[in-house]
Design a protein around this ligand. Structure first.
Ligand SMILES: C[S@@+](CC[C@H](N)C(=O)[O-])C[C@H]1O[C@@H](n2cnc3c(N)ncnc32)[C@H](O)[C@@H]1O
Length: 227
């Protein structure tokens, strides 16, 4: 995999220069292996009784998408990412792990993605999931995910964010504060997002707060339910 010179910096996390990759295009996020078991255990009560389509926004390597597809066979888990290399990796991970082959959507969450026919053909969504995305992207991506989810989710559908957050006006730990400062130094439009802002935007669009779950490594699951 080669890095196109005009690729936006927000997709730099898994480029060949800073990530292992294989000939089939699979990319590896080392943190996946450390955090996935806890994320799976925490989401099982929310997802295992569901059916229908789940749209994952910013799938990155696609390790989560393939693993969730296998863990929740009643759900049709659709990965998406604006980066072609990440979509190729998601396809390759599904093949490697024997997960259903679902062509990853080329979706930029800062756009009006809910009206994209690639999304509307999935039907009303059972869940929209976005992990480790909104702090490494402009705030328009946070708003875009909330807006799109409000349009696409079925009644009772879930919007699920995972990652580090600001709560009560502060990053939750000194480590997260330093991570936040580093992100903002790299790109002033990036940074940890405040749960209060997300809750306010979601509530205004009919997405009721359902849970804020503490996870290992100072991460959180932030879950909303369409009313
Ligand atoms: C740090 S990676 C996280 C990937 C994966 N969800 C995970 O947890 O390993 C951030 C991902 O967000 C994607 N991303 C960045 N901007 C985006 C946007 N505007 N819309 C959708 N995804 C975006 C990047 O391409 C990248 O794959």
């Amino acid at each position: 995999m080669t890095d196109a010179p005009d690729r936006p910096r927000h997709t730099a996390r898994y480029f060949s220069g800073n990530a292992d990759s294989t000939a089939d295009g699979r990319l590896f996020a080392p943190v996946f292996g450390r955090n996935f078991p806890a994320v799976l255990a925490a989401l099982a009560p929310w997802l295992s009784g569901r059916s229908g389509a789940v749209l994952e926004i910013g799938c990155g390597t696609g390790q989560h998408a393939a693993s969730f597809a296998l863990a929740f066979p009643n759900l049709s888990w659709w990965p998406s990412d604006p980066d072609a290399g990440h979509r190729a990796s998601a396809r390759a991970w599904a093949a490697e792990l024997g997960a259903p082959a679902r062509a990853p959507l080329a979706l930029d969450a800062a756009t009006d993605w809910a009206t994209d026919t690639a999304v509307t053909t999935l039907g009303p969504l059972s869940a929209v999931v976005s992990m480790n995305v909104i702090h490494i992207a402009p705030y328009a991506v946070t708003s875009g995910i909330i807006n799109g989810a409000a349009q696409c989710l079925q009644a009772d559908g879930l919007l699920i964010f995972y990652g580090p957050f600001i709560e009560t006006g502060q990053p939750t730990t000194a480590g997260n504060a330093s991570f936040d400062a580093g992100l903002r130094a790299e790109n002033p439009a990036w940074g940890l997002r405040d749960v209060t802002d997300i809750r306010r935007e979601a509530a205004a669009l009919g997405l009721g707060f359902a849970a804020l779950i503490a996870m290992p490594a100072n991460n959180r699951l932030l879950i909303f339910r369409k009313e």
